[in-house]
Design a protein around this ligand. Structure first.
Ligand SMILES: C[S@@+](CC[C@H](N)C(=O)[O-])C[C@H]1O[C@@H](n2cnc3c(N)ncnc32)[C@H](O)[C@@H]1O
Length: 240
C-alpha cells in the first residue's frame, strides 16, 4: 500500500509497498514480501539522500551568494565613499605621459618624495626607480595593498613604501619632493597646509590641477597631462 493521502510525497513510499511489489493481505493482515521491503527501504534511502543533497546545496548556494555580496561590498566601499566626502577625490590613475612629466620635473632632484593620495602606487614606483626614497599615503586600503604588491613585483619594495592614511592627518615636513594629483576643490586648503609644513628646499609638483595662489617655477605637458612645479624657496623669496 502507498502511504496515507495527507503524507508528503517523499514519505509515501517509506511506509508500505513503495514499488507496488508483493503487498497483500495475509490472514486478514497487511503483508509485505522481503523483496518489496528491501526495494522500499532502498527507495526510501535514495529519497532521503536526494532531500539532504538538495538542502546542503541550498546552504552551499546561500553561502556563495552571501559571501560574494559581502566581498563585493568590502571591495567597492572604499572606491565609492570618496563621493560622500566634503571633498570628493576619486581614484583616477595618472597617465603615462603625466608620470613622464613628473619625472621630468624631478630631474636633478633627489632625496625623499611623497605622493599625496597615491592610488595604485604608479607615481611612487616610478620615483623609486629614479632613485628616490618614495612614500605614498592613500586612504583606500585595497589600493595600498595593491601598491605594495606592485612595488614588490617591480623590485622597488625597499624604496617605495605605502601607508593607509588620510592626507589631511599626515604632516609632510620631512619630504623634499611632493607630488599631488588632486581636484580643484582641495587645492586651496592643501596649498595652505604645504606652505605651513614644507621646508625651503622642497619642490611641490601638481598634476592636472594647479595651486590657486602659488606661481609655478616650471610647467610642462599639455591638457590633462600638464604638471606644475613650485619651489618653496621661490615662493618664500629665499635661497634654499
Ligand atoms: C586622482 S587619484 C591620484 C592617484 C595617484 N596619485 C596617481 O597619480 O596615479 C587620488 C587618490 O587619492 C586618494 N584619496 C582620496 N581622499 C584621500 C584622503 N583623504 N587621504 C588620502 N588619499 C585620499 C584616492 O583614493 C585616490 O586614489
Amino acid at each position: 500500500m502507498e502511504g496515507g493521502g495527507g503524507e508528503p510525497a517523499g514519505a509515501a513510499g517509506c511506509r508500505g509497498g513503495g514499488a507496488g511489489l508483493h503487498v497483500g493481505l495475509l490472514a486478514g493482515r497487511e503483508w509485505e514480501s522481503p523483496a518489496a521491503a528491501l526495494a522500499r527501504s532502498l527507495a526510501c534511502g535514495a529519497r532521503a539522500a536526494v532531500r539532504a543533497l538538495k538542502s546542503s546545496w541550498g546552504f552551499f548556494l546561500t553561502g556563495i551568494v552571501g559571501g560574494t555580496l559581502v566581498a563585493v561590498y568590502a571591495v567597492a566601499t572604499p572606491f565609492l565613499t570618496p563621493a560622500l566626502r566634503k571633498i570628493c577625490l576619486p581614484f583616477v590613475p595618472a597617465t603615462t605621459k603625466q608620470i613622464a612629466n613628473v619625472v621630468k620635473m624631478l630631474h636633478c632632484r633627489r632625496g625623499s618624495l611623497v605622493d599625496i593620495g597615491s592610488g595604485d602606487g604608479r607615481v611612487v614606483i616610478a620615483a623609486a626607480k629614479e632613485g628616490f626614497t618614495a612614500v605614498g599615503y592613500e586612504l583606500n586600503p585595497w589600493l595600498v595593498w595593491y601598491s605594495r604588491y606592485h612595488a614588490w613585483r617591480e623590485g622597488v619594495q625597499d624604496s617605495a613604501k605605502f601607508y593607509i592614511s588620510d592626507l589631511w592627518k599626515v604632516t609632510f615636513s620631512q619630504y623634499t619632493n611632493v607630488v599631488v594629483f588632486g581636484v580643484p576643490q582641495m587645492m586651496p586648503q592643501l596649498e595652505e597646509k604645504l606652505e605651513l609644513e614644507l621646508k625651503d628646499d622642497a619642490r611641490v609638483i601638481a598634476c592636472r590641477f594647479p595651486f590657486p595662489r602659488w606661481t609655478p617655477d616650471h610647467v610642462t605637458g599639455e591638457g590633462v597631462d600638464t604638471v606644475w612645479a613650485y619651489d618653496l624657496s621661490t615662493l618664500r623669496g629665499r635661497r634654499p
